[in-house]
Design a protein around this ligand. Structure first.
Ligand SMILES: O=C(O)CCC(=O)C(=O)O
Length: 254
């Protein structure tokens, strides 16, 4: 599906403003998603890195040890990811939901949750990892294969962004130990769907207990006119790259 109509974009923006997230069905075709899936798995196999980013705070969420494969900055390994970053099907939605014209890259993370024991993510906001003054920061999770609940799909607490930043427990990665995991609503997705949410939306995901991997690409973006209040995460390659429009500050945030 190509989203071109202003009406469709404003409907997505309305849902996002009220609930803090919106799942865009079929933003990529099944063929494109399959190709990105193949590229993602090939890259991870070639690099064959032994670093598992499973959060320490995720360890109590499963009886058995879980595993996670990841790659930061996949767009620096394969141009297919660079093309996706500036694809108007993505950037037009990112701009519309933030209510701005300009969209700037913050960072990207490729995740594969392996079958049977793919690591969960405890509930959290992304805010404490890279706080910004006006909170015009969002995430888009591209699904390269189907992510039903048993694959550990992303969960969100609808409307949780409205209360603003929350105090996180910094132990074992910032998380919200007092918010029951079951209060987050699963967002099952199909290959090609993209889940957009604000960095204030409380979210997480369950264990992949299925017999297939879950393959996703998470892109964090922001309004270039919204400055970070703390300089963190600036090791990410390509941070500040314009994905849509211009940087009206003349790169003052760089
Ligand atoms: O991919 C997921 O299941 C969630 C990832 C996430 O919440 C994060 O990286 O902050």
């Amino acid at each position: 599906m190509t989203i071109t109509s202003t009406t469709e974009l404003s409907e997505l923006a309305g849902h996002y403003a009220e609930h803090g997230f919106v799942l865009v069905k079929g933003l990529l075709s099944k063929e494109e998603a399959a190709s990105y899936r193949e590229t993602s798995h090939r890259l991870l196999a070639q690099l064959n890195r032994d670093d598992d980013p499973t959060w320490q705070s995720a360890m109590g969420m499963s009886d058995a040890k879980t595993r996670l494969q990841h790659l930061h900055d996949a767009q620096f390994y394969d141009a297919a990811f660079s093309r996706l970053l500036v694809d108007p099907r993505f950037t037009d939605v990112a701009a519309a939901v933030m209510g701005v014209e300009n969209v700037q890259l913050h960072h990207t993370k490729l995740f594969v949750k392996p079958p049977e024991n793919g690591s969960p993510f405890p509930l959290h906001q992304d805010y404490p990892f890279f706080p910004h003054r006006d909170h015009r920061v969002g995430a888009a999770i591209f699904h390269f294969d189907d992510a039903p609940e048993e694959k550990g799909c992303v969960r969100v607490i609808p409307g949780s962004h409205l209360a603003g930043p929350r105090e996180h427990d910094p132990a074992g990665s910032y998380h919200l130990p007092d918010v029951p995991f079951d209060s987050a609503v699963p967002q099952p997705a199909e290959a090609g769907d993209v889940l957009f949410f604000t960095y204030l939306t409380v979210h997480g995901s369950g264990v992949n207990v299925s017999d297939e991997p879950r393959t996703t690409w998470l892109v964090q973006y922001r309004d270039p006119a919204d400055p970070p209040t703390v300089k963190t995460h600036d090791h990410s390659l390509g941070q500040g790259m314009m994905l849509r429009g211009v940087d009206p500050t003349g790169r003052s945030g760089a």
